[in-house]
Design a protein around this ligand. Structure first.
Ligand code: RIB
Length: 330
């Protein structure tokens, strides 16, 4: 006979009790039944090698032990490190993740949010900027689905949030370049930048109000392409709003015969692993990426456990790591 999947009905039949009794006993409500009945059910489960259907259990337990994670670009090492931190905290509480990589596509972000809510995840970690508050209200808040926002998704005061000191980060990059004597400086950032990156710009402009703004998406390809526009300007100091842009800019400038830091001092942002391995090693503003992921997951699990607790916002510190991509202006 074909391997027919053993069902709860088979266990009930073999142990001579109702399906409801089997369900209760297998879902840790054994105290309601005699030891003899419990033993019969457990023996039938073992002999039939029955494994409860996880999603059927979810209907009873009202918990899937699954968290939906929405990220903009998993190919960016910042987000893969962030995911490692999220995963570590979830694993410790026996949760699994359902990852949706929106690939910087706003429509896909919203489709994923709806799909995740249909699949019964217990909560959401949202680090993408395109999810509107209206979308969150309609898809999550109305259904009282717990969620937390971080990074590119701005905190609006009606959810938990984990932030980092983006304004200070922009200031640290600017002060470092100013202390090295640079005055002709530019910032490389996306044209449609998310709030956290616009906050870095504000911090940088608090020191360099006249800084040139050169648009670049948060990628190595975009950074390499932006080199062309950097070369058109009279600049000596560059602040890129992510290490990915800086790494691409390195290649674009090298292809134009330029040397770092002889011709340009470059400051990155994130302190991803690559920033230490490029030549010259990149001066950058370090974000606590792994911890950011851990704290976001921990706050969300607390929210799931205590739905009524008041909103909590945490801000994690950033700091400058000085390496060899910056030097005093000669
Ligand atoms: O490298 C990706 C950048 O965008 C990081 O700085 C992170 O904060 C995200 O917002």
């Amino acid at each position: 006979m074909a391997n027919k999947k053993v069902t709860i009905r088979d266990v009930a039949k073999q142990s001579g009790v109702s399906i409801a009794t089997v369900s209760q006993i297998l879902n840790n409500n054994q105290e309601k039944f005699s030891p003899k009945t419990v033993a019969k059910v457990m023996e039938a489960k073992e002999s039939l090698n029955y494994e409860p259907d996880y999603f059927a259990r979810r209907m009873i337990m009202k918990k899937s032990k699954t968290i939906g994670v929405l990220l903009p670009d998993i190919t960016n090492p910042f987000f893969s490190m962030l995911l490692s931190g999220i995963e570590k905290s979830l694993y410790q509480e026996k949760y699994v993740m359902m990852l949706c990589n929106a690939d910087l596509d706003a429509t896909r972000e919203m489709e994923y949010l709806e799909e995740l809510s249909r699949r019964g995840v217990d909560g959401f970690i949202i680090a993408t900027s395109a999810i509107s508050n209206q979308m969150i209200n309609e898809t999550l808040r109305k259904k009282a689905l717990p969620f937390i926002v971080l990074d590119q998704k701005k905190a609006e005061g009606f959810s938990d949030a984990v932030l980092t000191e983006d304004y200070l980060g922009g200031q640290l990059a600017a002060e470092h370049l100013a202390n090295l004597g640079h005055q002709k400086v530019a910032i490389l950032m996306p044209e449609e930048a998310s709030m956290n990156i616009r906050t870095r710009l504000a911090g940088f402009q608090s020191i360099f109000p006249e800084a040139r703004i050169i648009y670049s998406e948060l990628s190595k390809v975009a950074g390499r392409d932006a080199a062309r526009r950097v070369l058109e300007e009279d600049l000596t100091g560059i602040f890129t709003t992510s290490d990915e842009i800086a790494i691409g800019l390195y290649l674009g400038l090298k292809e134009a015969g330029k040397k770092i830091p002889r011709d340009y001092s470059i400051v990155g942002y994130d302190n991803t692993e690559m920033s230490e391995f490029v030549t010259p090693p990149l001066t950058t503003v370090a974000q606590p990426i792994f911890e950011l992921g851990q704290q976001a997951a921990e706050l969300l699990l607390e929210r799931i456990e205590y739905p009524e607790k008041k909103w909590e916002e945490k801000t994690l510190p950033v700091h400058l790591i000085t390496r060899l991509s910056t030097a005093p202006l000669k």
